[in-house]
Write a protein that binds this ligand. Structure first.
Ligand code: CTP
Ligand code: CA
Length: 226
């Protein structure tokens, strides 16, 4: 426990955070996934907890222990993530989607391990639901925050996503920056709003990104208050 008590400026608030990758099984022993480490989402959950919020963390498979004082729900697929996040979000004040949700799943899930065949195979994939967009369609008073990793036209693409999904802002990052994003302990992000306005944040630890993210979310909340 830190000797310095965090300011309890989130007491009474409910925060839902999604983290990590999803796994989309093709058969019982194979899946499609991505290298998300979950570190960014866990940092947001811990920061919100330390500021007095009631936190639900819905996470895909990652090598991170359950943070104390947080309700942790472990899921695998995007469909499971959606059920848990949408359910928990009903009571939430702030929802932060750091999860790297697989865009597609197998159209048919084989119940038995598929043996290899000679030559090429074709896998039929079907789109997963967009969880952030679904939350955005039923936004209410909630503050919605997304993440996006882009290789090009980052601000433009992230602003488009914020607009389409009705998110208050998106934190944009790039896969090419050493020690950041996938797996790293640091992150270098740009806060992007639907109108294209944006702020570059310098490289900092994921915990510090979490702190600034929650500061920005509280600002949105205060502006919305009567
Ligand atoms: N997201 C989500 N559900 C999905 C896909 C994405 O909730 N099925 C959320 C992510 O958690 C993230 C944000 O949407 O907060 C942006 O994710 P991203 O993959 O960049 O957006 P997509 O709309 O899937 O666009 P792209 O075609 O670039 O993958
Ligand atoms: Ca995607």
């Amino acid at each position: 426990v830190s000797p310095i008590q965090a300011i309890q400026d989130m007491r009474g608030l409910r925060v839902v955070v999604s983290a990590g990758p999803t796994r989309e099984y093709l058969d019982p022993v194979r899946f499609i996934s991505n290298p998300s480490s979950g570190k960014m989402g866990f940092a947001v959950a811990q920061e919100a907890r330390d500021r007095g919020a009631q936190v639900t963390l819905v996470t895909g498979p990652v090598n991170l222990a359950d943070p104390a004082g947080v309700r942790v729900v472990r899921i695998e697929s995007a469909l499971q993530l959606r059920d848990e996040v949408v359910g928990a979000a009903e009571w939430a004040d702030i929802v932060v989607m750091t999860a790297a949700v697989a865009d597609y799943r197998a159209a048919e899930l084989a119940t038995e391990k598929q043996a290899k065949v000679a030559g090429d195979v074709t896998v039929h994939l079907t789109p997963n639901p967009d969880i952030l967009a679904e939350l955005g369609r039923n936004k209410g008073e909630r503050v919605l925050v997304g993440f996006a990793m882009e290789t090009h036209a980052g601000v433009e693409r992230a602003a488009g996503k914020a607009q389409r999904k009705n998110a208050d802002f998106i934190l944009l990052n790039y896969p090419t920056r050493e020690g950041t994003a996938f797996g790293g302990d640091d992150n270098e992000v740009t806060l992007v709003r639907a109108d294209g306005s944006h702020e570059d944040w310098p490289r900092m630890s994921k915990r510090e990104v979490a702190r600034k993210l929650l500061d920005a979310a509280l600002q949105v909340k205060q502006k919305a208050a009567p």
